[in-house]
Every structure is written in structure tokens, then in C-alpha cells.
Design a protein around this ligand. Structure first.
Ligand code: DC
Length: 225
């Protein structure tokens, strides 16, 4: 029997967080943002003064972290040493630092184990980079969302812009390209399309269209069980 997990992978700003959250809501499943777990670990390691270029230091910092995964309103939240970081994990500094943390094999092994353990919370919608390829290769349904670099940079700039302002799209596009390169190029569990994933190019599609496409595919897969 496959794990009752819907895996949604893809690069940054491909629309996967918004879509995954909505799919989980529509299906009454628990939503898991695996990137937020990498970010929480990165934030804590960074706040202890550990350099991104020091994998042994990152592993040592992870070794003394107490990470708890709890469900609040049908979404998994992360507490590190009793504190739940929120806005802190979305800063530019953490976004720059997290790819180095996510490339450390010991960090990936620990996170993969925590993510697999979340099936105890019930049926899941989990988003990330390696959910369909590594974490749950037997997931019930797998999706890979993508969008053109221009569209992804446009979306991310809107998210980053201060109210009434506009973030620099060219700079955002180059930061996204850097992260893609690191996510796709790392040795352990790089960002890749699972052979059995349904690829959806979200460029030019609205959130609801993507959500409906996923729900339709999930109903097809479920009908075959
Ligand atoms: O989705 P995000 O941008 O919040 O992810 C943060 C970082 O974690 C990003 O560098 C990719 C990495 N990540 C990963 O390697 N594997 C996952 N399953 C999820 C995120």
C-alpha cells in the first residue's frame, strides 16, 4: 500500500505553497511545508553564529537542537528549542543561508526522518523539493509544479514588495536562479522531477485552475485504488 501522501514538488515561487495549502484544505488533509523545516533549522544554526560554509558546525548545531513538529489547524508547525519562528525564517538572510543547510546530508537524513514520521498525523499534502523522489517515493499522487523564470520572479517580487512598493524583479530573478542551481546541483536529493509525477506548468494559470487540476488527478488515482 502506498503512503497516503500527496507530494507537491517544484522550484521556489512555482506556486506550490499556495496550491498545496488549498489542496489540503479541500481534501481535509494535513498540510506540510517541508521547506519551513529546513528554514527553521537554518535560522537556528545561523543564530548560533554558525557559518554557511561550515557543514560540520551545522551538523553540531543540529545535534543540540530540540525540534518538535506539531499540528495546529491542520497544518504542521515547527518549534525549535521551544520557540516557533515565523517571520524570522522568511528573511533574505535565511533564504540565502538555507540552501547550504539543505545540502548537508546529515540534515537531509534528519529532516527526511521527521517528514516520514508525519504520516502519524493522518493523510498529508506535503510540499518540497524531494518529496516524490526521496521522502515518499510511494506517495499516492505526485505533482511537480513549475513556471517560467520571469513569472516566478514576478510572483516572488510581489510577495517581497513592501505595501505600495515594488521589489527589483531582475535581482529577484537572479536570486531565484542561484537557488535553483544550488537545489538542482547538490549531491544529496537534488530537486528533480519524479518519473511518475504529473508536471504542471503554472505560467498563465490561476491558483484555482492548478488546484482543480490536482484534485481531478487525485480523484482519478483514488478511483483506481
Ligand atoms: O520551499 P522553500 O524555499 O521554503 O525551501 C527552503 C530551502 O529548503 C530551499 O533551499 C530548498 C530546500 N528544501 C529542500 O532541499 N528539500 C525540501 N523538501 C524542501 C526544501
Amino acid at each position: 500500500m502506498s503512503h497516503d501522501v500527496i507530494a507537491i514538488d517544484g522550484p521556489s515561487a512555482s506556486g506550490k505553497s499556495t496550491v498545496a495549502r488549498k489542496v489540503a484544505e479541500r481534501l481535509g488533509r494535513v498540510y506540510v511545508d517541508s521547506g519551513a523545516l529546513y528554514r527553521s533549522i537554518a535560522w537556528k544554526a545561523m543564530s548560533t553564529g554558525c557559518e554557511a560554509g561550515n557543514p560540520a558546525g551545522i551538523v553540531a548545531a543540529l545535534g543540540v537542537m530540540n525540534v518538535e513538529c506539531v499540528v495546529v489547524n491542520r497544518a504542521v508547525r515547527y518549534r525549535v528549542d521551544g520557540y516557533e519562528p515565523a517571520a524570522e525564517i522568511r528573511t533574505e538572510q535565511v533564504s540565502g543561508y538555507v540552501s547550504a543547510v539543505a545540502a548537508v546530508p546529515e540534515v537531509r537524513a534528519a529532516v527526511t526522518k521527521w517528514l516520514r514520521g508525519m504520516t502519524k498525523f493522518g493523510p498529508l499534502v506535503m510540499e518540497g523539493r524531494d518529496i516524490g523522489t526521496v521522502v515518499f517515493p510511494d506517495a499516492r499522487a505526485k505533482f511537480y509544479l513549475d513556471a517560467s523564470p520571469e513569472e516566478r520572479a514576478r510572483r516572488r517580487s510581489v510577495e517581497l514588495a513592501a505595501p505600495g512598493g515594488q521589489a527589483d524583479v531582475t535581482r529577484v530573478m537572479s536570486a531565484l536562479a542561484d537557488r535553483d542551481r544550488r537545489d538542482r546541483g547538490r549531491k544529496t536529493a537534488p530537486l528533480a522531477v519524479a518519473g511518475d509525477a504529473r508536471v504542471i506548468d503554472t505560467t498563465g494559470l490561476g491558483i484555482d485552475q492548478v488546484v482543480e487540476a490536482i484534485l481531478y488527478r487525485v480523484s482519478e488515482v483514488t478511483a483506481c485504488l
